[in-house]
Design a binder for this molecule. Structure first.
Ligand SMILES: *Cc1c(COP(=O)(O)O)cnc(C)c1O
Length: 232
C-alpha cells in the first residue's frame, strides 16, 4: 500500500525538481518554496540534491529547521514583523522581504547578537494589487540614503525582490518584472556601483518564472511546481 500510493508521489518531487533545474539557466538560483509542505517532502527534495528552501512564515520555518539537515540554506520570503526577527536570526541565511529601515536595523542587530551575517533583499512593490507588500523606488532610495544603513555590519544588501500581480495577462506580468529589473539597475548604479554583492533580482514563481527569467531574474522562488498544490 505504502509503495503503491506514496512512492510515486515522492518520486514526483525529485522528478519535478530535475525538470525545473533543467529549464533554468545556470546562473539562476532555485529556491524551493516548501511552505505548507511537510518535513518528509522537504527531505525528498533534499535527497534529490536541493539544498536551498524558502518559507514564508517564521513559526513554520523554525519548526522545520531543527528536523532537517543543518547544511540547508534557508530563505525567509514572506512578510516579516520586526518582533519576530529574533527567532530566525540564528538560522536564516537570506531574508527576501525587507520593506522598512526599522526591519533592516533589527535584522542587523539580531544577526550581530549571533555573530552572523544575513543576506537581505529589499522587497519592491511592482504589482497592481493593493495587498502586496513592498517599497516604491523613492522609498527604497530613502532607506539606502539613510546614513545609518551603511553602518550595518551584519547584513548584506544583496538586491531586490518582487512579486507580480496574480493575472493571466502575461504582458502585465512582463512589464512588472521589467520594472523590477529597471529599479535594480537604477539602485545598482546609484548606490552599489562598485559592490559586486548587490547582484540579485528575486522574481518568478511557479506560474510566471519563465517570464521572470526572460526579464533578468537571478533567483526564482518555486513551490507548487515542485511540491504540488498546497493544502491549507
Ligand atoms: C508561496 C510563495 C512563492 C511560491 O509560489 P508558487 O506559486 O507555489 O510557486 C514564491 N514567493 C513567495 C513570496 C511566496 O509566498
Amino acid at each position: 500500500m505504502f509503495v503503491l500510493i506514496f512512492l510515486p508521489l515522492m518520486m514526483q518531487i525529485s522528478e519535478n525538481l530535475k525538470n525545473i533545474l533543467h529549464s533554468l539557466p545556470e546562473k539562476v538560483k532555485l529556491i524551493a518554496v516548501s511552505k505548507n509542505h511537510s518535513v518528509s517532502e522537504i527531505s525528498e527534495a533534499y535527497q534529490a540534491g536541493q539544498k536551498v528552501f524558502g518559507e514564508n512564515k517564521v513559526q513554520e520555518l523554525m519548526e522545520k529547521v531543527d528536523k532537517l539537515p543543518s547544511d540547508i540554506e534557508w530563505h525567509l520570503i514572506g512578510h516579516l514583523q520586526t518582533n519576530k526577527v529574533k527567532y530566525i536570526a540564528p538560522v536564516v541565511n537570506w531574508i527576501h522581504s525587507v520593506d522598512s529601515f526599522k526591519l533592516l536595523k533589527t535584522i542587523n542587530n539580531e544577526a550581530l547578537k549571533h555573530n552572523r551575517h544575513i543576506d537581505c533583499l529589499i522587497q519592491m512593490y511592482i504589482a497592481s494589487e493593493e495587498t502586496k507588500f513592498g517599497l516604491s523606488l523613492p522609498e527604497a532610495k530613502e532607506l539606502l540614503l539613510n546614513p545609518e544603513t551603511s553602518t550595518f555590519t551584519n547584513i548584506r544588501i544583496r538586491g531586490l525582490m518582487g512579486m507580480a500581480s496574480f493575472t493571466d495577462d502575461k504582458n502585465q506580468v512582463r512589464n512588472e518584472f521589467a520594472s523590477l529589473r529597471n529599479y535594480f539597475n537604477e539602485l545598482k548604479q546609484g548606490f552599489f556601483p562598485n559592490n559586486p554583492l548587490f547582484s540579485e533580482i528575486s522574481m518568478g514563481m511557479s506560474d510566471d518564472y519563465p517570464i521572470a527569467i526572460e526579464q533578468g531574474s537571478t533567483m526564482v522562488r518555486i513551490g507548487t511546481a515542485i511540491f504540488g498544490q498546497r493544502v491549507y
